[in-house]
Design a protein around this ligand. Structure first.
Ligand SMILES: NC(=O)c1ccc[n+]([C@@H]2O[C@H](COP(=O)([O-])OP(=O)(O)OC[C@H]3O[C@@H](n4cnc5c(N)ncnc54)[C@H](OP(=O)(O)O)[C@@H]3O)[C@@H](O)[C@H]2O)c1
Length: 184
């Protein structure tokens, strides 16, 4: 919500979610569809069907195709995993558009982002999520209405947390990993 709000996402816009199988990506695909966007998800071969089942209109297998070489342009490119190419993404944006990045940028990327935002209509936005209670209430409502679902890959107990971290750190989880905590 935090990032899509920054992009002022609108009905009918073309949105590309890079890393559509990540925790943020699986939610971003569904939210962008909910807001009426035409959504393209970028993921690996193993996750194409899952991303389509979340509502993506198109999927691109990053192991076979570089989306930035197709000539398609987008209103929003949302990189949820920090692996898209900066120049390729900027090239694939329309005139007034947004490049969103959830992953911490190094200094040179920050300067490139500021320069790009100042000298073109293409805005580069990062930052750290700030949760607002109105957003959480909105998300609860659409989850209860069956319009947003969490993709859960694996579940671990609190005692298994080292294994859970080990799995997550491999960088290939589908959606989320859950830690269950026993309580009375
Ligand atoms: N800014 C903020 O406020 C904020 C908040 C939360 C999280 N984050 C950051 O956001 C990042 C994403 O976190 P996450 O938990 O959603 O996901 P994650 O666990 O880091 O991402 C795993 C997913 O990324 C896919 N992936 C790996 N390499 C890829 C590539 N080259 N191209 C496209 N997809 C690729 C993997 O699928 P395959 O293995 O099949 O490719 C897997 O499904 C993390 O770095 C996290 O620290 C930032």
């Amino acid at each position: 919500m935090y990032f899509l709000r920054k992009a002022e996402i609108k009905n009918g816009q073309k949105v590309l979610i890079y890393g559509a199988s990540s925790a943020i990506g699986t939610i971003a695909v569904q939210l962008a569809k909910y807001f009426g966007a035409e959504v393209t998800g970028v993921c690996s071969s193993a996750n194409l069907d899952m991303v389509l089942s979340l509502g993506a209109d198109k999927v691109i297998d990053y192991t076979k195709v570089d989306f930035s070489k197709s000539g398609e342009t987008y209103d929003v490119i949302f990189d949820t995993v920090g692996k898209s190419s900066f120049s390729g993404s900027i090239k694939s944006l329309k005139k007034n558009s947004f490049y969103l990045k959830t992953v911490h940028m190094d200094l040179s990327s920050i300067f490139r982002g500021i320069w790009t935002s100042m000298t073109s209509g293409k805005k580069v936005k990062g930052g750290v999520t700030v949760e607002k209670s109105e957003d959480l209430n909105f998300l609860r409502e659409i989850i209860e209405a069956g319009k947003l679902k969490a993709v859960i890959d694996r579940t671990y107990t609190l005692e298994q947390i080292p294994e859970a971290h080990g799995y997550v750190e491999k960088g290939h989880k589908k959606g989320n990993v859950v830690i269950t905590v026993d309580h009375e």
